[in-house]
Design a binder for this molecule. Structure first.
Ligand code: KG4
Ligand code: ZN
Length: 302
């Protein structure tokens, strides 16, 4: 992704997007405006935050800047209603892969995160290698579903103690196997290779979740972010939650990937809890979730 192009694309689309929304919702009926204020690409963040602040100023309604990953975490509630606490939240997107113990609003403990590529990023790189367009996650998932995982042996990454992830070794292993495929075989070999890639990536995530569930007692499990739409991941997460006797919730496809509903939902949730960030109007390209409040903490397992 080219940051400058992403920012320009936001600029080009924000006015027509807002007009579309205002054809369905009266501006006067809006009593709170929110936008993602971090983490992310500074140009894109600035477009959204400054545009939303302009409306908030003109309409004399409050503005709230929202943490993108915190919004993904709570997006699992939008369609299912309030989740029991504590719960284990998996966030798998193009930029982040983390496991969070959610004890309440603004009461988070990061149990694990990726040491290199995010899961969605690994899918995008795998897809690029196969010549798929960006983002490639859904196309890799589809091709993998048509293949058989046993044909190419790819090692499940990080199959040990602890809950941190790593996907960059898997991406390199995929590249080496890909080079062994000759063009005549590629019609069946590529789905088979991607099925092995998908199996290794998903089993790595499930292994880390099992490690967390052994150490922490939770009442539910959630998955959100674009890669949570992955068919095998979704199936295995359901299986894992069932085996542990806890409910599993994941938003439907359109709320798994980036969306404005989750930003608005979290803004309302924070408002109801009386939580107002002092510097909510500032854009923060780097904004670790552990900085959200004094009650948040980072722990290392294993
Ligand atoms: O949450 P999201 O929309 O944006 C970020 O915050 O990054 O996630 C986008 C990511 C992309 O990397 C995309 O390839 C991946 O989610 N993705 C998938 C699938 N659908 C989208 N990855 C694996 N399997 C999928 N079915
Ligand atoms: Zn996202």
């Amino acid at each position: 992704m080219v940051p400058e192009l992403a920012g320009r694309s936001h600029l080009e689309q924000i006015t027509s997007l807002t007009r579309n929304i205002l054809s369905e919702v009266a501006l006067d009926s809006i009593d709170l405006i929110a936008a993602t204020s971090g983490p992310g690409l500074v140009g894109s963040l600035l477009v959204g935050v400054q545009y939303a602040r302009g409306i908030s100023f003109a309409q004399e309604v409050p503005f709230r800047g929202i943490h993108h990953i915190e919004a993904h975490i709570w997006s699992a509630e939008i369609e299912s209603g309030e989740l029991p606490l504590p719960h284990l939240a998996l966030v798998v997107s193009g930029g982040h892969t983390l496991l969070v113990l959610v004890r309440g609003i603004r009461d988070y403990r990061i149990l694990g995160e990726t040491q290199d590529d995010a899961m969605g990023e690994a899918y995008d790189k795998a897809g690029k290698l196969m010549g798929f367009g960006y983002p490639a996650g859904a196309a890799v998932d589809k091709s993998a579903s048509q293949g058989t995982a046993g044909r190419f042996a790819l090692t499940v990454p990080m199959r040990g103690e602890g809950s941190d992830f790593s996907f960059s070794g898997l991406k390199t292993a995929l590249l080496y196997k890909f080079r062994t495929i000759d063009a005549a075989q590629s019609e069946t070999a590529i789905p088979d290779l991607l099925a092995s890639f998908q199996y290794a990536a998903v089993e790595s995530v499930i292994h880390k979740i099992e490690n967390c569930l052994r150490e922490h007692s939770v009442c539910a499990m959630t998955a959100s972010g674009g890669a949570a739409a992955n068919s095998l991941l979704n199936f295995r997460l359901n299986e894992t939650a069932n085996a542990h006797g806890i409910p599993f919730r994941s938003p439907t496809l359109k709320l798994c990937s980036d969306n404005a509903a989750m930003i608005g939902y979290l803004a309302c949730k924070l408002e109801s809890a009386g939580i107002i960030d002092e510097i909510s109007h500032v854009v923060r390209p780097r904004w670790p979730i552990s900085q959200l409040t004094a009650r948040t903490s980072r722990i290392t397992t294993g």
